[in-house]
Design a protein around this ligand. Structure first.
Ligand code: TRP
Ligand code: ZN
Length: 850
């Protein structure tokens, strides 16, 4: 039992490494089952160290030989690594190990994907390749020689030399082991070139399997735009002669920022109009940018330890959001980000897995690549920028890059840069990094003698391990509207620092309507006693696009909650407001599509739970269905025109204009199908020349119960394309009736094209089920049972992907006693599985013990 009772690691226990590394030479003799890795590592004692313990991480390695300064040694070997006596002076460590990439189904370390060798080392995968101080504060210059019969053999940095059966690479930039990468296989490149603003020519390649060459063009454009943008906005230039991207089918996450050799889940880089949706294109552009931006925020400046993960991830997500806002529509990006934040991060923050943006302990770091670290981490950067202002933000970032280039840093270093650049004390702001939970911001107001006062009260509920919370600094962007809809007070940022605080606006002729938390200026839950008439007013008049959307969202949410809780009929105030909004041709179609989407089932469940009502997933699903049918009826005279007016007839382009138009026409199609039973959807399906329209039509047909034939036809058309087939798997579950979703998922796990070896395929099925509350939480418990069975089967193969999927169970405390008992029963069953991985054990114990 190698994973028996693993111990947590604590932030407070950080100690500097005993030895530092100057240079690393690696030689790989590639063979699927017996790859040899030879290492030559130049160590020297770390002057800042407190011990001289020479310990190297290493897991699942067969040590062939080891030497120190040429002398053979017999080190002590444990399941975690190697320990030896080492000199108190610089020395050369050499080792030869054997590893088995073919047996590596965990997709961490060196593994095979479709016969291609590839690596994934973040966070602690390098130790599965060779013995090494596998921690991000040990940075070294790597030289790599690859020997094998693969036509293409790549590693980090620049190519040095190559010959028949070998290639050598050198990366001049010191880096931690987690940024190491190697790829070898039968690959072809789409190539291009970029000239940096100082005139350096950079070769760009996107490497793919033969046959996928035509799927790289969009990704390449996204890469060049990202490079230009980082120069223009952050003053950051690329620093090597070569930038390689490789597409890999079997990958645990989205993509990885290895220095000079980014590795991508093929779903996050490959695209053609026929196979990728508009949403896929947007995501590809954002992820290419994200990984590229890591070159400065992550690679040149990295993390001291994994507790500081948000230092690189929060900042890089923030940067890629800014990029998307610049490339596309800023309001649409902001609204989409907030929808995702609430769906994933607020959910996490309100449940048993809640943790601070900078956690203080972990058992398995892979379990902390979370919405809190990434998305809330990005929100903290946005708040900081709003608090100090744009100029100060730019100065602070310049200081960050000059002061810390080449270093492994902490959140303290990050905040100090802002303090030094602005003279501001950020001690209170730091609480955002240290305390988990989403603050509730309660607002009331009064109006006397021309003075309007807003009274705020903040409170953060307890989270696991943190019973009491301190007041945080909250930037609250506020504007005021007059009764005729004119803005009487343009946006100001109020800085709340106390538990309760009031802000007055005087000189007003009449009581204004407040627009609070504009642009979602802080990741909090706003609570304000108001009514649907005021929401409708803001939905019609607010000058802040985010709050305008937010008012419509709240109106829809309140309407649905009243239907669910009291069996009320849909509020005509909502129907009228929504109808007026979709017809307003002055509004961006993408905005209208967003405003037409109903709050998700999960968002409604969150809202019910927050007010003390256990959500009934079936009732929530039925209310959304009922409201959709009512909307289709109420808007019937508009929908056909709306659909036709926004049909794109020009050749397909994944640009913001066409994307917005298709989003709106497809939203209209959904409502039209409620009344015509699928005639229009079938016409769209038959005429579609792109995946966005084909898939939207297919979804409508399935939902209308008319999908059987097209589902078969879609399979026949696309069975050769893994990424499209993933959509086919997922959609059948998402569009099933709640009582049939688990059965549909179970049936699909028996399909010949289903495999546990490919994370995308596993997520397509099980992620779709988890993302469909009425199906997953069906009272029969079938969804829970299937999830448990599949997690038990996947865990021995791929602990990382298994552990991530466990969050499907994180909402158990919301539910009624019957569902709670069913979920906890399944959790216990999984936990009782012999040999369960550390990853999955940690996740399920945290979920259960909340
Ligand atoms: N650092 C990567 C990113 O955010 C994500 C990442 C972490 C990752 N661990 C991984 C990707 C494991 C794939 C597999 O860009
Ligand atoms: Zn990242």
């Amino acid at each position: 039992m190698k994973d028996a009772s693993p111990q947590p690691v604590y932030l407070k226990d950080y100690t500097p490494p005993a030895y530092l590394v100057d240079t690393v030479h690696l030689t790989f003799r590639l063979a699927p089952e017996k790859t040899r890795v030879l290492s030559r590592i130049a160590f020297r004692p770390n002057p800042a160290a407190t011990t001289r313990d020479f310990f190297l991480h290493g897991e699942d390695l067969r040590l062939v030989s080891a030497r120190i300064d040429g002398q053979a040694i017999t080190p002590e070997i444990t399941p975690e690594g190697l320990r030896a006596d080492a000199p108190d002076a610089p020395f050369l460590f050499e080792a030869e190990v054997e590893i088995d990439p073919a047996a590596n189904t965990a997709l961490e370390g060196l593994y095979l994907s479709n016969g291609m060798f590839c690596t994934q080392c973040e966070a602690e995968g390098f130790r599965k390749i060779t013995y090494y101080p596998d921690r991000p504060d040990v940075m070294a210059v790597f030289t790599v020689r690859i020997e094998g019969d693969q036509p293409v053999m790549l590693s980090n940095g620049n190519p040095v030399a190559q010959g028949e059966g070998w290639a050598e690479w050198h990366d001049p930039w010191p880096k931690p082991g987690y940024l190491f990468a190697l790829v070898a296989g039968d690959l072809v490149a789409q190539s291009d070139r970029f000239t940096t603003r100082s005139g350096r020519a950079v070769d760009l390649n996107i490497w793919v399997r033969p046959g996928d060459e035509d799927k790289c063009a969009f990704g390449m454009e996204a890469l060049k735009k990202s490079m230009r943008w980082d120069e223009e906005v952050y003053g950051r230039e690329y620093d090597l002669d070569l930038f390689n991207i490789v597409a890999v089918d079997d990958f645990n996450m989205g993509a990885m920022e290895n220095k000079g050799l980014n590795i991508f889940n093929s779903s996050c880089v490959l695209s053609t109009p026929e196979t990728a949706t508009d949403a896929n294109f947007e995501r590809i552009e954002a992820i290419i940018a994200h990984e590229y931006f890591h070159n400065w925020t992550g690679n040149r400046i990295t993390c001291r330890d994994w507790f500081q993960l948000c230092l690189k991830e929060g900042l890089t997500v923030y940067r890629d959001s800014q990029f998307t806002a610049d490339m596309r529509s800023a309001p649409v990006k902001r609204i989409s980000d907030v929808i995702a934040l609430r769906a994933r991060q607020f959910r996490e923050d309100a449940g048993p897995l809640a943790h601070p943006v900078r956690p203080e302990s972990f058992i398995e770091i892979n379990n902390f690549y979370t919405a809190t670290v990434y998305e809330k981490g990005a929100e903290l950067i946005g708040m900081l920028k709003r608090l100090v202002g744009d100029d100060a933000y730019a100065r602070a970032l310049d200081l960050y890059f000059t002061r810390h280039d080449g270093q492994a840093c902490t959140i303290e270093d990050w905040l100090k840069v802002f303090e030094d650049a602005t003279g501001r004390d950020l001690a209170q702001f730091k609480r955002w990094y240290q305390e988990a939970g989403t603050p509730r911001l309660r607002v009331s107001d009064d109006f006397k003698n021309g003075t309007y006062t807003l009274h705020f009260e903040q409170e953060t509920p307890p989270t696991p391990g943190q019973d009491t919370k301190q007041p945080r600094v909250i930037p609250i962007a506020v504007g005021l509207l007059g009764p005729n809809g004119d803005e009487v007070q343009p946006t100001v940022v109020l800085e709340m620092t106390e538990a309760r605080q009031s802000f007055a606006f005087d000189g007003l002729a009449s009581r204004p309507i407040p627009s609070i938390l504009r642009d979602f200026s802080a990741p909090v839950i706003l609570e304000r006693a108001t009514d649907n008439a005021e929401r409708a007013f803001l939905f019609a008049h607010d000058t802040d696009p985010f709050n305008r959307w937010e008012a419509g969202r709240a109106l829809a949410r309140e309407t649905l909650l009243a239907m669910i809780r009291d069996g009320a009929a849909p509020d005509p105030a909502y129907l009228d407001a929504a109808h007026a909004m979709v017809r307003d041709e002055a509004l961006d179609p993408a905005f209208r599509a967003l405003a037409l989407a109903l709050p998700s089932e999960d968002e409604l469940a969150q809202a019910l739970f927050a007010t003390g009502t256990p959500p009934d997933p079936q009732a929530i699903w039925e209310a959304r269905e009922a409201l959709d049918i009512t909307r289709a009826e109420a808007m019937r005279d508009t929908l056909a025109d709306l659909y036709t007016a926004h049909q794109v007839t020009a050749p397909y382009r994944p640009d913001p204009e066409q994307t917005g138009a298709r989003a709106l026409s497809n939203a209209a199609l959904g409502l039209i199908t409620r009344r015509d039973g699928g005639a229009r959807a079938l016409a769209q399906y038959d005429g579609a020349d792109n995946m966005t329209q084909q898939l939207a039509a297919l979804a409508c047909l399935m939902r209308a119960g008319k999908g059987a034939e097209v589902t078969q036809a879609f399979y026949r058309q696309w069975r050769h394309d893994r990424l499209v087939l993933d959509k086919w798997f997922g959609l059948q579950i998402m569009q099933a009736a709640p009582a049939e979703a688990a059965e549909t998922a179970a049936r699909l796990t028996e399909h010949p094209d289903f495999t546990l070896r490919n994370p995308n395929r596993f997520r397509a099925v099980m992620g779709a089920l988890a993302g469909f509350p009425a199906g997953f939480h069906h009272a029969s418990g079938r969804g829970y049972r299937l999830m448990a069975e599949m997690l038990i089967r996947l865990d021995p193969l791929n602990p990382q992907t298994t552990a991530r999927m466990c969050s499907a169970f994180e909402t158990w405390p919301r539910f009624d006693a019957e569902r709670q008992a069913l979920i906890l029963g399944e959790i216990e069953r999984i936990l009782a599985t012999p040999g369960l991985s550390r990853d999955t054990t940690e996740m399920l114990s945290r979920i259960r013990d909340a």
